[in-house]
Design a protein around this ligand. Structure first.
Ligand code: GTP
Ligand code: MG
Length: 362
C-alpha cells in the first residue's frame, strides 16, 4: 500500500540497484541517493544486482532475493528503496518475503514532490498525480485516506468491500481535485490573455534539476526565489519581468526541473503547470556544464520537451556553472553558409578557438 505523499516509514534505507545487463550507471545510483537524502533519510547500504531478466513475481532472481533477505536480517530495521519501478505484485511479494517496507523510485519522487509543493496549485497537482498512480496499484486497504482527509467518503452500503470503498474514496477525491484544477487553470488563462494583449514575449527557463534555472531566473528578474543544491528545489513555476538592454520587455518563467524516468502520472499532472510554457516564444535550456553527465541530461531534457510537445519552440542552450567546469565547452554557433555575416562570425569564433588552443599548447 502506498502512503500518499508521506515520507518513508523508516528513515534508514537500503538502496537496491538492479539494472539489466552491464552498463555504466553510477549516476543513477547517485541520483537516487540525493532523492533519498532530500527526504531526510540515510542510506545505510547500497545493494547491487545485475539482472538478466526481470522476475515478474519479485523483480530479482530467487538467489538474489535470498541474498537480499540475509542482508536485511543482518541490518537494523530499514526500508528497501528499489531504483526501478516495481509492479504492485512485485512490491507485495518482496515485502512479504523479507518482512520489510519496500518502496520504489517512483514513490520516492512522489514523496519528494509532496514535500516540496508549496502553492495551492502545486499541492493539488501532486496529490492528483499520487492518487491517479495509486488507483492503478490498489491491492489492499486505503483507510489511511480517511484519516488523512478527515473522514471523506464514509462507509458504503452493506456488502461493499474495503477495496471498493478505497476505489470510491480515491475517485471522489480525484474528481474534487480536478474541479479545483480547472478553476485554477481558468485563472491562469486570464493572466495569459492579459500578456498576449500586451504583446509581451515570454522566455521559458527549462532544464535538468539543479542546473541553475532558478539562480539564472533570479539574476535576470532581480528576484530571490528559493534555489538550492537539492533536487527539485522548484516545483511551482514563477514568472517575472525582464527589461532587455534594447529596452524590450519580456516575461521570464522558471519551471520545475526534470530527471530521468520522471513518472508519467507526475508529468501529466505538471502539464497544467507547464501549460504556460506552451506560450513561450523562446525556451532557454539550462545545462550544468560542470556535470559529468551534461550530455545525458541534455538528451533527457530534449526527450521530456518532446513528450510535452514543446520541442518545436525555439531553443537557446545556456551552459551554466562554467566557473566549476574544467572542460572547455563545446562551442555552439548557428549559421547559414549563404549568409556572409554568419560566415564572418564563424571565422571570428574559429580564430578565437584556435587562439585558445595555441595558448594551451604554449
Ligand atoms: N558554481 C555555480 N553554482 C551555481 C551556478 N548557478 C547555480 N548554482 C548553484 O547550483 C545549485 C542549484 O541551483 P538552482 O538555481 O536551485 O537550480 P535549479 O535548476 O533551479 O534546480 P531545481 O529547481 O531543483 O530544478 C544551487 O546551489 C546554486 O547556488 C553557477 O553558475 N555556478
Ligand atoms: Mg529551481
Amino acid at each position: 500500500m502506498i502512503e500518499v505523499g508521506s515520507s518513508l516509514k523508516s528513515t534508514t534505507t537500503v538502496l537496491v540497484h538492479s539494472p539489466i545487463g552491464y552498463r555504466q550507471d553510477e549516476q543513477e545510483v547517485k541520483e537516487l541517493q540525493s532523492l533519498v537524502a532530500c527526504l531526510n533519510c540515510t542510506v545505510y547500504y547500497i545493494a547491487k544486482f545485475r539482472l538478466r531478466t526481470i522476475n515478474s513475481k519479485h523483480h530479482l532472481g530467487s538467489g538474489q532475493l535470498a541474498e537480499l533477505s540475509s542482508l536485511v536480517k543482518a541490518l537494523p530495521p530499514c526500508t528497501l528503496v528499489f531504483n526501478s519501478e516495481l509492479t504492485p505484485t512485485q512490491q507485495k511479494h518482496i515485502q512479504q518475503q523479507l518482512c520489510v517496507d519496500v518502496v520504489d523510485r517512483t514513490q520516492i519522487i512522489f514523496a519528494l514532490f509532496a514535500k516540496r509543493a508549496t502553492s495551492h496549485l502545486g499541492k493539488i497537482q501532486v496529490e492528483l498525480a499520487s492518487l491517479r498512480y495509486a488507483s492503478t496499484r490498489l491491492v489492499g486497504g486505503w483507510t489511511h485516506l480517511e484519516r488523512q482527509r478527515g473522514g471523506i467518503g464514509l462507509r458504503g452500503g452493506p456488502g461493499e468491500s474495503q477495496l471498493e470503498i478505497d476505489r470510491r474514496l480515491i475517485k471522489s477525491r480525484i474528481r474534487k481535485l480536478e474541479r479545483q484544477l480547472i478553476k485554477l487553470q481558468a485563472q491562469q488563462a486570464q493572466n495569459r490573455k492579459r500578456r498576449v494583449k500586451n504583446k509581451i514575449p515570454i522566455i521559458g527557463i527549462m532544464g535538468y534539476t539543479n542546473a541553475g534555472k532558478t539562480t539564472l531566473y533570479n539574476a535576470l528578474t532581480k528576484q530571490s526565489q528559493f534555489s538550492s543544491s537539492q533536487i527539485f528545489a522548484t516545483l511551482d513555476p514563477k514568472a517575472g519581468r525582464l527589461v532587455l538592454p534594447c529596452g524590450m520587455k519580456a516575461i521570464v518563467m522558471d519551471t520545475v526541473g526534470f530527471v530521468r524516468d520522471l513518472p508519467h502520472s507526475l508529468l501529466d499532472a505538471f502539464r497544467a503547470t507547464l501549460d504556460e510554457i506552451h506560450y513561450a516564444d523562446l525556451i532557454c535550456i539550462v545545462i550544468d556544464s560542470s556535470s559529468e553527465h551534461a550530455d545525458v541530461e541534455y538528451a533527457i531534457m530534449q526527450e521530456t520537451l518532446e513528450s510535452l510537445e514543446l520541442h518545436t519552440t525555439r531553443q537557446l542552450c545556456v551552459y551554466n556553472k562554467k566557473d566549476l567546469s574544467n572542460d572547455d565547452l563545446v562551442p555552439c554557433i548557428s549559421i547559414s553558409a549563404f549568409n556572409k555575416s554568419d560566415v564572418r562570425q564563424l571565422a571570428d569564433v574559429l580564430s578565437k578557438e584556435l587562439r585558445n588552443l595555441s595558448d594551451t599548447v604554449i
